[in-house]
Ligand binder design. Sequence first.
Ligand SMILES: NC(=O)C1=CN([C@@H]2O[C@H](COP(=O)(O)OP(=O)(O)OC[C@H]3O[C@@H](n4cnc5c(N)ncnc54)[C@H](O)[C@@H]3O)[C@@H](O)[C@H]2O)C=CC1
Ligand SMILES: O=C(O)C(=O)COP(=O)(O)O
Length: 334
Amino acid sequence: MVSQKKYVVGITDHMIGTPDLEADVLGEDVEIDFFASTDETRFDAERLARLDALMVWGARLGPKSIAHLTRCKGVVRYGVGYEKIDLSALKRAGIPFANNPDYGTEEVADHAMAMILSLHRRLWEHDAHSRSYVSSWQVNSLKPLPRANRTTVGVVGVGRIGTAVVNRLKPFGYRILGYDPGQPPGHEKAIGYERAERLDDIFTRSDIVTLHCPANEETRGMLGADGLARLRPGAILVNTARGELLHDLNALEAALRSGHMAAAAIDTMEQEPPGNHPLLTAWREREDWLAGRLVITPHNAFYSDHAAVEMRHNAAQTVRILLDQGRLRNRVTT
Ligand SMILES: NC(=O)C1=CN([C@@H]2O[C@H](COP(=O)(O)OP(=O)(O)OC[C@H]3O[C@@H](n4cnc5c(N)ncnc54)[C@H](O)[C@@H]3O)[C@@H](O)[C@H]2O)C=CC1
Ligand SMILES: O=C(O)C(=O)COP(=O)(O)O
């Protein structure tokens, strides 16, 4: 039977079962081809060649799949980060690409803030201590805490999420240092933080560092062994951006094991789910030396019921506008 639909939109994979909300937003003249896989090697060439647009969630998209997108007028990612999408190959194929920048800003900022406050107040360490205490219940041997207004938080990337984090830090009285070469002079005055001219200033002056910039060739390994060594003794690190920024787990383990770093909280890892690095084994087995000093959440900083709906709605709407008007909003590629 010949399809009555005017367009075909592909969806690679999805965090919540079937793409019913997308079907509502895309409308009745759109046939959805749901690949239901994050493995692009399983995407069928003939199915890719039928698509007028493609929506991607967790899948990688490389040159081989892109070469088959011969009808495609645009690729839209459900999320903000797009390090798994080969933008050069899309550009060569003449296919514009858009991300979905505004769906979960508050959630990620809340998540980072929760991590900052919890590690600063050493909640998990104190919890571990009180669970296994021997003699001193109330004031234990953990190093005393600096007050928030004596504590500098370095924010790397003061875009949407970084700005929302700055706005959350302010009422707590934290001193805020921000580094973002992409923001114009004066941004720091409008938002209310001290501008760091160099990334190294963040590393050497901050008690707590929180990462909010994208992963790309420039930022990969931003906090490698050298960067971690530049941190202040007793530093706390929060990464809700991308694991690629902090990909050297050997260096992170060494910094935590030696006590150079007090603690780290991580929502995103280069490999998800993560493998069996000794640091992760120590974390899984709750080894004493690491108790409460490494916190890992499974890349869900963005997640709330509202954000999940907004993410799907906005991404589908971006495709609908593309189909109707030939215009790709939130376009990333030139
Ligand atoms: N864990 C999670 O669930 C989520 C994580 N993310 C991650 O957070 C990142 C930031 O998201 P948004 O704030 O919405 O993006 P955004 O695009 O609004 O802000 C990113 C900022 O980083 C800056 N930047 C770029 N290169 C930099 C560098 N080398 N050093 C310092 N700053 C640099 C840019 O100028 C920009 O202001 C995303 O790229 C994504 O990887 C985003 C959403 C959810
Ligand atoms: O929007 C983002 O960039 C996020 O990190 C949210 O998770 P995702 O990338 O969609 O797996």
